[in-house]
Design a protein around this ligand. Structure first.
Ligand code: CA
Length: 238
């Protein structure tokens, strides 16, 4: 059975792109180009995922999201935000969005995030091929780069994509001091306008999520410079 995706986006080029690529991937896609109509559709019918633009005719994306959650609709929501609008991301996550994609985005990123959000919300079971893909392990931590997935002591860690990308970059360079600028450029891109606070917010959230494991990696702050990932000490070894 294919997953039902509701796209609420008023920019025709973008909604066609989303619709085309998601349909190609086997999703059952419905498009709404108006905030109020999108909200009605999301409340009246059952979807597995909602892709939600912020600037919409009628009511905006934040209001749509707020009303959905007020109505007890728990469908995962990915918000579509402008690349330079850090505040939109912060607001969206506060209103209960599960993830966000900054425009413009590539098809690979889109499909990876949609699939990751559906998997996190328990809508998919990994296929045989997926469960055998590449894995990076460190103590109790396993990272699946192709699936944007992290398992800590047998439990899935719910990471935002940018948190995942920060972790992946750091764990591929254990013990090295990585500057905030490096992380900024690699994870957010050279033309990102948001401040370094974005990096700090993501690292701090990532750290909290990874602290739950006794035998996990540790992200140390290097004052005035950046961060360093320290691999777990082997418990009971040596
Ligand atoms: Ca719009």
């Amino acid at each position: 059975m294919s997953h039902k995706v509701l796209v609420i986006e008023d920019e025709p080029t973008l909604s066609r792109l989303l619709s085309y690529n998601l349909s190609q991937e086997g999703y059952d896609v419905t498009v709404c180009d108006h905030g109020g109509e999108g909200l009605q559709a999301a409340i009246q019918r059952s979807y597995d995922l909602i892709m939600l633009d912020i600037m919409l005719p009628g009511i905006n994306g934040f209001e749509v999201l707020g009303k959905l959650r007020q109505n007890g609709v728990k469908t995962p929501v990915i918000i579509l935000t402008a690349r330079t609008a850090e505040e939109e991301v912060v607001q969206g996550l506060k209103h209960g969005a599960d993830d966000y994609i900054t425009k413009p985005f590539g098809v690979a990123e889109l499909l990876a995030r949609v699939s990751a959000v559906l998997r996190r919300s328990g809508h998919t079971i990994p296929t045989q091929a997926e469960s055998q893909d590449k894995v990076i392990t460190a103590g109790d931590l396993s990272i699946y780069p192709e699936r944007y997935e992290v398992i800590l002591a047998g439990e899935q860690v719910p990471l935002r994509p940018k948190e995942f990308e920060v972790l992946l970059y750091l764990i591929q360079r254990p013990g090295m001091v990585i500057t905030r600028d490096d992380l900024m450029n690699v994870v957010w891109g050279f033309d990102y306008i948001g401040g370094q606070r974005t990096v700090d917010v993501h690292v701090s959230s990532l750290r909290k999520k990874l602290e739950l494991g006794a035998n996990s990696v540790c992200i140390e702050s290097i004052r005035g410079v950046g961060y360093k990932l320290v691999m777990p000490k082997k418990i009971g070894a040596g």
